[in-house]
Design a protein around this ligand. Structure first.
Ligand SMILES: Cc1cc2nc3c(=O)[nH]c(=O)nc-3n(C[C@H](O)[C@H](O)[C@H](O)COP(=O)(O)OP(=O)(O)OC[C@H]3O[C@@H](n4cnc5c(N)ncnc54)[C@H](O)[C@@H]3O)c2cc1C
Length: 427
């Protein structure tokens, strides 16, 4: 049985940064990923707009995540954003648009360069905890095999590792819808007759051939011919709801619902004037999941903590976004963040309650729904990933539980590795 210091599950924005941080600290690190490419939602679901690294003229998140995004932009021959910029528009407009494939290649290269062993096409099977180590059964193409690891980090986006390890996870009864992303081609926007499109939609919906969620958010807007799916060229414009895609059966249900939705939209649009040449140039292999499970951590971060920029004595990084909940019935539930607020992320929301050798990072950190809608954003996931990576290795070095890793040491390591750490009183 192979032995590792750290095993990270999930190679999305959080897992990439967690594994690189652990690898750069010299820890023998295994990164397990069910897909065949790095990136998580960035590549699998085609959402390649990491946000937000800055807040009203100041960079709040740097470190490994920003290093990879900046390298991607340079490879694409593009300018880096000027973080002294004024933010006068909706905040989502300041996210960084990157090429997902280039990002994945750059992330993979960085992982390999610091000695991280990548196990693609591999899923978690069974997790058994012993007093000083974990035994994890992994499922590879040729069957099951066991590994041992001293520390685990759950970056699965769905809390799968935490649940398998026997720690508590939480889920709301109804979670935010997913979106199935494609890239549409051949649209002649000039030729679209909005009135005719709206009339055709009303008829097709009555006949059960289309649903307004296939094309946008609100029936009243779709009935006026405003189709988000069309306007955004197929990205982030449909809503696949009422499925909590945390496990394989529910993920399968979501994929099937997503495929059916895109097929309905495609067939409907292709029959309309000006859209006869519409085609699907490319598609994201997975339906994007906004929300599924979160860990029940040592603390549950609230919206009030987040929006007030509460100072935590165990803060390890910042996050920055506004409350942005996609609700199937009410549409977007938004709440602004006051300029000047710097939301801090405490270590205790990355530790499953009672765990000593397990941390979690990314969109599953312990938080209420509104706070989670801010924390789930990619730059924040990268920051929590890096923080968890540094914390578990410091815990290993000090032979202590993850909650007792000396904060001054963890913070010093994070700063050495380029991260921005809140300047709270060190404990
Ligand atoms: C439609 C949509 C739009 C969004 N828009 C934006 C946006 O504009 N800007 C922004 O910053 N964020 C956006 N987000 C949010 C953001 O993309 C996610 O919250 C973020 O990617 C979560 O990162 P993560 O690393 O926690 O998880 P993920 O990105 O989900 O990565 C998890 C990884 O773990 C792997 N995995 C899962 N389970 C297992 C297992 N059992 N074994 C092995 N591997 C496993 C997965 O294959 C995946 O690679 C959006 C999300 C969606 C769905």
């Amino acid at each position: 049985m192979k032995n590792y210091d750290v095993m990270v599950a999930g190679c999305g924005p959080a897992g990439i940064c967690a594994a690189i941080q652990a690898g750069r600290m010299g820890a023998k690190t295994l990164l397990v990923e069910k897909n065949g490419i790095a990136g998580g939602t960035i590549t699998a679901a085609g959402i390649a707009v990491p946000g937000l690294f800055d807040a009203f003229g100041e960079q709040l998140i740097s470190g490994i995540g920003w290093e990879l995004v900046a390298e991607t932009l340079r490879a694409e021959g593009r300018e880096l954003p000027d973080f002294s910029r004024e933010m006068v528009d909706a905040l989502w407009r300041y996210q960084v648009d990157i090429n997902p494939f280039i990002f994945a290649c750059i992330a993979e290269k960085a992982l390999l360069e610091c000695g991280v062993e990548i196990a693609y096409h591999t899923m978690l099977g069974k997790v058994v905890e012993f007093s000083d180590m974990w035994q994890v059964t992994l499922c590879a193409k040729d069957g099951l095999y066991d590994i041992a690891a001293a520390m685990l980090i759950d970056c699965t986006g769905d809390g799968n590792l935490t649940k398998l390890a026997g720690y508590q996870v939480m889920a709301d009864t109804v979670c935010q819808p997913g979106s199935a992303n494609v890239v549409l081609d051949g649209i002649d926007y000039e030729k679209i007759d909005r009135k005719a499109l709206a009339a055709a939609f009303i008829q097709a919906e009555k006949a059960g051939m289309i649903h307004y969620k296939d094309l946008g958010w609100f029936r009243h807007l779709v009935e006026k011919g405003s189709f988000l799916f069309l306007e955004r060229g197929g990205t982030n414009g449909n809503h696949i709801g009422f499925i909590n895609a945390a496990d394989s059966p529910q993920k399968s249900a979501m994929e099937c619902a997503a495929h059916a939705s895109v097929l309905r939209a495609y067939k409907f649009l292709k029959q309309q004037k000006g859209l006869e040449k519409i085609s699907i140039r490319s598609f994201a292999p997975e339906c994007g999941v906004r929300e599924s499970r979160r860990i029940c951590g040592e603390y549950i971060m609230t919206k009030e903590d987040y929006l007030s920029g509460r100072s935590f004595d165990d803060a390890l990084c910042y996050s920055f976004y506004y409350v942005d909940i996609h609700d199937m019935e009410k549409g977007l539930i938004l709440e602004d963040i006051t300029p000047g607020t710097r939301p801090q992320v405490p270590r205790r929301i990355m530790i499953p309650q009672g765990a000593s050798k397990l941390m979690a990072a990314g969109r599953i950190v312990s938080s209420d729904r509104p706070a989670n809608s801010c924390l789930r954003i990619q730059a924040s996931c990268m920051a929590t990933g890096q923080a968890a990576g540094a914390n578990v290795v410091c815990a290993l070095r000090n032979h202590c539980p993850v909650a007792d890793a000396p904060l001054d040491e963890v913070r010093a390591v994070l700063r050495q590795h380029g991260a921005i750490v809140p300047e709270n009183q060190e404990r």
